[in-house]
Design a protein around this ligand. Sequence first.
Ligand SMILES: Cc1cc2nc3c(=O)[nH]c(=O)nc-3n(C[C@H](O)[C@H](O)[C@H](O)COP(=O)(O)OP(=O)(O)OC[C@H]3O[C@@H](n4cnc5c(N)ncnc54)[C@H](O)[C@@H]3O)c2cc1C
Length: 458
Amino acid sequence: MTDYRARSMWLDGMPGELAPRPALPGPTEVDVAVVGAGFTGLWTAYYLKKADPHLRVAVLEREIAGFGASGRNGGWCHTTFPGSREQAAETHGREAVADQQRALHRTVYEVARVVDEEGIDARFHLGGQLDLALTPVQLLRAQKSIEYERSWGFGEEDYVQLGAADMRERIKVAGCLGAVYTPHGACLDPARTVRGLAEVVERLGVPIYERTPVTSLEPHVAVTATGDVRAEVVVRATEAFTPELPGYERCLVPIYSLMIGTEPLPQAFWDDIGWSGREVFGDHRFLIFYAMHTADGRIAIGGRGAPYHYGSRLSEDFEQAPAVEERLRALLGELFPSLGSFTVTHHWGGAVAAARDWTTSVGLDRASGMAWAGAYVGDGVSTTNLAARTLRDLILGEETELTRLPWVNHRSRLWEPEPLRWIGVNAALKAMGSADATEVRTGRPSTRAVYVKRMIGA
Ligand SMILES: Cc1cc2nc3c(=O)[nH]c(=O)nc-3n(C[C@H](O)[C@H](O)[C@H](O)COP(=O)(O)OP(=O)(O)OC[C@H]3O[C@@H](n4cnc5c(N)ncnc54)[C@H](O)[C@@H]3O)c2cc1C
């Protein structure tokens, strides 16, 4: 039996059994077949059934609900724009882009509403998001990002700059020169949220067939070893696992993001550093990190830095990397020197997915019945919810403010064949890390990472 608990601190913390639900017993026919029981698939099933209780919806999941990134992530429920605002504005205009950003802001409160109304033990906390400035170069970037948000029409109620003293009031992070704060951000326990959502969806009358791999997707059909699932619409909600499906090998690349979780930390530490608002925080470096103060008094912190694997290969072996674990542990010590020695109880990871133009999309091709949502990179916790409500409207054939948003039916071009893909993605990841090091060494902004990001279309 697969040890699902070992795949993340959050899955390990789940009460009760993680026993798989029954698999698909044989061929069947439904109105909507959802492939993948992560946030995308489950939110989609949820909103469809809420809109039309008579709709026959089934979810097909290769492992168990929350097995993928949804059960392993950093727990940031936040609102990063899913691509380049400038590129989206070229085709849809600036107002549509601002609409999408506002829709993302509202999504955080929508997630809060549903977990509350449905009684999901998500451990949701609306503390906002902080992007710290830990060097003078990062401070400059923070100032620029405020100017940037103002140029898009977002005011102090959306993004505000905090000084070093304001930050000390919130969280005592060593060397912190200031931050950009947005109230539209929250933290949650991802496994409790996604698995709680699965129970809600089941209660609404949606069967979730677990240990049921879909081996290929054909028009109006999800093919499995136990039989075909025929449907008017088949929703592909497989994110980083998508390249394993025949025909989708170059659609997305999986990029590993790894995390560590500390033991519950002593009250004296929390008294010293504050962080009682439980804001999620990162900083303005290129090779990002993301930190969270958990409901049970731990710190969960994650970051990139693991390599991309040839042929978009996925493996449990790639979910831990001693070098990344060490880097994250050292980073925690730098951020919070008063932490002293501490125990890391969990080290885990998973893959996020990126499209060739680093743009998230959601869409439906009525002729083939294929719907999809994905390429969230590291920003899917709340974005999946917006994607799912959009899929609901598309599938039900309703034209709404959501179906008019720029990411709807956006098509990204394919990634290059190997070995170009391997060379390009790893060069980009490496350049971001070395750009950070250069900035620290020289005290000047690095242009290298920006060039590389442009080169790969990110
Ligand atoms: C370590 C890590 C940290 C992250 N941190 C954050 C964060 O803090 N905030 C944030 O917003 N985002 C974060 N993300 C990204 C976020 O978790 C994802 O964008 C989001 O969970 C994607 O949800 P999903 O349902 O589309 O995909 P997944 O959760 O990956 O679900 C896909 C599901 O499909 C199933 N599946 C795959 N192939 C098949 C098949 N052939 N047949 C049947 N089932 C199949 C899988 O088993 C899986 O359960 C992080 C990701 C990782 C890995």
